[in-house]
Design a protein around this ligand. Structure first.
Ligand SMILES: Nc1nc2c(ncn2[C@@H]2O[C@H](COP(=O)(O)OP(=O)(O)OP(=O)(O)O)[C@@H](O)[C@H]2O)c(=O)[nH]1
Ligand SMILES: [Mg+2]
Length: 450
């Protein structure tokens, strides 16, 4: 983003192309004159739609009859004056109106520049900016509602309360040091440790919420893993309901990984067919196996299949995945005696030949996902981006180390500096910058003489 200058910017806010209406958004410090030159209207009432002809500055001819809505600064998305022009969609009209705006000195907005201005003007914090992007990109209702909760500022408030709790401890420390000349009483130490422990618990909880946020925002990866010829591609096709993957009786048919997405209980599932997991001297097969190993590393849940005994086969491999996240499937059950019964204590029996056990498999997958999702309160806010996660991870390490060090008797000064660093990390999360706030906090929390 360029340095923030409050020139007038405009962009099409709806997708370009044929459509009933299009919305063009204009933002700037003062757009009264611009509105007059564009529409011939003065002093539009804020937040009311007005019918207006927009004319070509070159020919004077009307381009379109539009509904224009004015939002006056600071009560707008960007915090500046905004004009939203609803015109007819299609190729010509939106482009001609944008040309008229450029003619009047308006600049084409860069990607994300309206939100950037909103951030710079304190209308939204970084978490909210990220949740706007998340909301726009949401593919499922659960992803959208998680982003909406963060947009409403729920996550920001959580971070803010952690920040306040840290500042509280800092005030306590600095106040104590002022009055006790570098000594701090045993009782105070206990109070500080307790408070730190609470903060540490909240940071840990928040940090672990990313495991759900990640599932919501990037989908749930579920590879099918098993020996060559065990029936992975056939099962893949049965689950998605059409012949997508090549099936053959030759071992080593699948080499590239094959992905397909579908919705399961509001979650986006990415089902992945993989090359058979085995030892091979063949160069191309080894490449395929390498991809399978990568997919196992990225898996959220894993379907391990075998046409004889999936549990036994699994134990032959060194696969490091939490057993709760594995579904064991015995394939080709039309060939054996299990055909009459798809339930087995340890694995599901399926047949891709006659679609047997497929529903069972899908139910088990959704049960696993929902169970882990329900460990969290649906109304909770989750970390939704890697940036948030990376910062909270840093905060977690920091609080662990400083709490540990303080418990084993490290200097209080050291703790104070750790806590200040922690505050900086949280500020980075929401995108604010601290300087004199710690000092201010001392005066607001304590009266002189205590
Ligand atoms: N009878 C029967 N045969 C099956 C079933 N599923 C797969 N097969 C057969 O088993 C052979 C291998 O099937 P694939 O689905 O290609 O197996 P794969 O695990 O993807 O094999 P690779 O890609 O080589 O690792 C084919 O001849 C399939 O027709 C099943 O449910 N019943
Ligand atoms: Mg295959």
């Amino acid at each position: 983003m360029p340095n923030y200058v409050d020139d007038n910017i405009a962009a099409l806010a709806t997708p370009f192309g044929i459509g009933a209406i299009a919305v063009i958004r204009v933002s700037g410090k003062n757009i009264d004159n611009l509105i007059f030159r564009l529409t011939g209207k003065r002093r539009l009432k804020p937040r009311y739609s007005t019918l207006a002809n927009i004319s070509s500055p070159d020919t004077g001819e009307t381009i379109d009859r539009c509904l224009v809505t004015y939002f006056s600064s600071p009560d707008s998305y960007t915090g500046e004056d905004i004009l939203e022009i609803s015109c007819h969609g299609g190729e010509y009209v939106p482009r001609a109106i944008l040309s008229a705006l450029y003619h009047h000195g308006v600049r084409a907005a860069l990607a994300g520049e309206f939100s950037y201005r909103a951030f710079m003007n304190g209308k939204i914090d970084l978490l909210q900016a990220e949740s706007i992007v998340g909301l726009i990109n949401s593919k499922t209702s659960s992803e959208a509602s998680a982003n909406l909760r963060n947009l409403s500022g729920k996550l920001g408030k959580k971070i803010d309360s952690l920040r306040k709790a840290l500042l509280d401890i800092l005030s306590l420390i600095e106040h104590e040091l002022d009055f006790q000349e570098n000594e701090i009483t045993f009782t105070e130490v206990k109070v500080i440790i307790n408070k730190l422990q609470n903060i540490s618990d909240s940071i840990h909880e928040l940090s672990s919420s990313f495991s759900i946020g990640k599932l919501l925002s990037r989908g749930i990866r579920v590879p099918l893993i098993g020996r060559p010829n065990s029936g992975k591609s056939s099962l893949f096709n049965s689950i998605i309901g059409h012949e997508r993957a090549i099936v053959s009786s030759l071992p080593g048919t699948t080499r590239d990984t094959l992905e397909t997405w579908f919705d399961l209980e509001h979650f986006s599932i990415c089902l992945i067919d993989t090359a058979g997991y085995w030892e091979s001297d063949d160069f191309l097969e080894r490449l395929g196996i390498k991809r399978t190993i990568t997919e196992m590393g990225r898996a959220d849940y894993l379907v391990f299949i075998d046409d004889v005994d999936p549990i036994h086969e699994f134990n032959n491999f060194n696969i490091n995945v939490d057993q709760d996240r594995i579904i064991f499937v015995k394939t080709k059950c039309d060939l054996g005696i299990e055909a009459s019964n798809s339930t087995n204590e340890n694995y599901i029996c399926t047949s891709s030949k006659n679609d047997f056990g497929i529903a069972e498999l899908i139910t088990q997958l959704s049960t696993k996902i929902i169970t882990s999702y329900e460990n969290y309160n649906e109304n909770n806010s989750f970390l939704m981006t890697s940036r948030q996660n990376a910062l909270l991870k840093r905060a977690k390490v920091f609080i662990n180390n400083s709490l540990g060090a303080f418990k084993s008797g490290s200097e209080i000064d050291l703790l104070a500096s750790d806590l200040r660093e922690l505050v900086n990390i949280l500020d980075e999360v929401v995108g604010t910058i601290t300087n004199t706030e710690v000092i201010d906090n001392i005066f607001t929390n304590f009266c002189v003489g205590k």
